[in-house]
Ligand binder design. Structure first.
Ligand code: SF4
Ligand code: SF4
Length: 425
């Protein structure tokens, strides 16, 4: 164990009111992936809320099972959707993980590795871009595959999840301003994210193309940065708050209609930044919209071209459970001619990606992914659509591992495929 953090931790008594909302009904149990896997009460939402209540009351120490369960939980928030009493599970978990982190209760390697990645690389665009360039180079020369057998197991697991890094020409940031095509319907800010431009630049370009074709001027503020979601999930609330504060000024919406996000994890963090920073952040937080939610509200204009194929839509947890968005992506996909939206058994359960969970808890992550693939495999879709980078990577790796033929895409990529060609500018 590492030494504890010297900075003041969260006041654990603040956990108490939220935990008192739990009436122990158990309605959340069947929606909890870790409970379904283990059958243990302590690995269920009700059990974890009980542990947090004990911690707040000073009856259960900040150690042992409580610390383990705080990190075995996926943070998927499916229990929040299921809970009739409104237990604010996500907020309780965030505070508990921060307390565990400050007390230095996680293994040193996990803490050091996450700090290095989540403080030193992910929120620093130049370092992240340099690392991706290096990785792209290694992948092109297949050096990564040669080195793989010599890597520690956790790095081998991480390598298995990584998609092919796109060439540098596809990793460029979007222009600061792109004018609407045709009759103008409004103006929006687009939040690019940190990982998205590097690994999913195509999704960002598709988002821009759809917004512009649908008549929206798009501003992409240069000063925007990492949203802080991954840092908060790992228990590093201090860094998460710093990053959120930096985005406050950069994303100030002024006279724009919405701040558009295409990554569910980032959208949830930005939408809830007022929970971290108070009322000063509510102006930004209240304008954040998932791209599919925004387009569904605005209504797609013009005819779409056919995109033939059977598509299974899978809900990212931080879109369906944290932002309450589930119908909008389905509506948009159903509007595409010749695209058949097919159901699968388990669309709103976690895929096991959960931020950095698939790296820090690989066994449980794989077990949760296996359940998801068991639900998708019999449907045999041509495409699987999901709106979060972690889920895209996890489902791609999982589907490939099972030999499934489905292409894994963001829903906005399918909308972009259905657009008629842009007129020459
Ligand atoms: S967040 Fe997900 S894994 Fe954690 S207790 Fe709730 S349902 Fe279970
Ligand atoms: S559903 Fe809500 S109130 Fe019921 S046991 Fe779960 S957390 Fe407690």
């Amino acid at each position: 164990m590492s030494a504890s953090d010297s900075s003041p931790g969260p006041d654990l008594a603040t956990l108490l009111p939220g935990t008192l909302d739990c009436v122990h009904c158990g309605l959340c149990l069947s929606s909890c992936p870790t409970y379904l896997e283990t059958g243990r009460e302590t690995s269920s939402p009700r059990g974890r809320v009980y542990l947090m209540r004990g911690l707040a009351e000073g009856k259960i120490p900040l150690a042992g099972v409580l610390a383990e369960e705080a990190h075995l939980c996926l943070g998927c928030r499916a229990c929040e959707t299921a809970c009739p009493s409104g237990v604010p599970y996500g907020a309780l978990l965030e505070q508990t993980r921060a307390a565990v982190e400050r007390a230095g209760l996680r293994p040193t390697w996990a803490r050091r590795l996450e700090r290095l990645a989540l403080r030193g690389i992910v929120p620093r665009p130049r370092r992240l871009a340099a690392l991706m360039t290096l990785l792209a180079f290694a992948q092109r020369l297949r050096l990564d595959r040669l080195a793989r057998p010599f890597l520690p197991k956790r790095l081998r697991d991480a390598h298995a999840l990584l998609p092919l890094v796109p060439p540098a020409s596809q990793r460029r940031r979007l222009p600061a301003f792109t004018k609407a095509e045709g009759e103008r319907r409004g103006k929006v800010v687009f939040f690019e994210g940190c990982i998205m431009p590097e690994l999913f630049g195509g999704v960002n370009r598709a988002t821009l193309r759809v917004l512009v074709q649908q008549g929206f001027d798009v501003l992409v503020p240069e000063a925007q940065g990492c949203c802080g979601a991954l840092q908060a999930h790992s228990g590093d609330l201090e860094t998460a708050h710093e990053l959120a504060r930096a985005n406050l000024g950069a994303l100030d919406p002024g006279d724009v209609q919405a701040i558009i996000v295409n990554s569910a994890g980032c959208g949830a963090a930005l939408r809830e930044m007022d929970h971290w920073l108070g009322d000063e952040a509510s102006r930004v937080a209240s304008r954040v919209r998932d791209v599919c939610e925004f387009l569904d509200e605005a209504g797609l204009r013009g005819a779409l071209l056919p995109v033939p194929g059977r598509v299974a839509y899978d809900d990212p947890c931080h879109l369906v459970h944290a932002q309450g968005v589930s119908a909008a992506p389905r509506h948009l996909l159903q509007a595409i001619p010749e695209l058949e939206l097919v159901d699968h058994d388990d669309p709103s359960s976690c895929c096991g990606a959960a931020g950095t969970y698939n790296l820090t808890q690989p066994e449980m992550s794989q077990a949760v992914l296996a359940r998801k693939l068991d639900s998708l495999e019999p449907v045999d879709p041509d495409m699987i659509a999901t709106g979060n980078p972690g889920c895209l990577m996890q489902l791609r790796a999982g589907a490939e591992g099972r030999g499934m033929r489905a292409e894994i895409l963001h829903p906005i990529e399918l909308i972009a495929r259905a657009l008629p060609p842009s007129p020459p500018s």
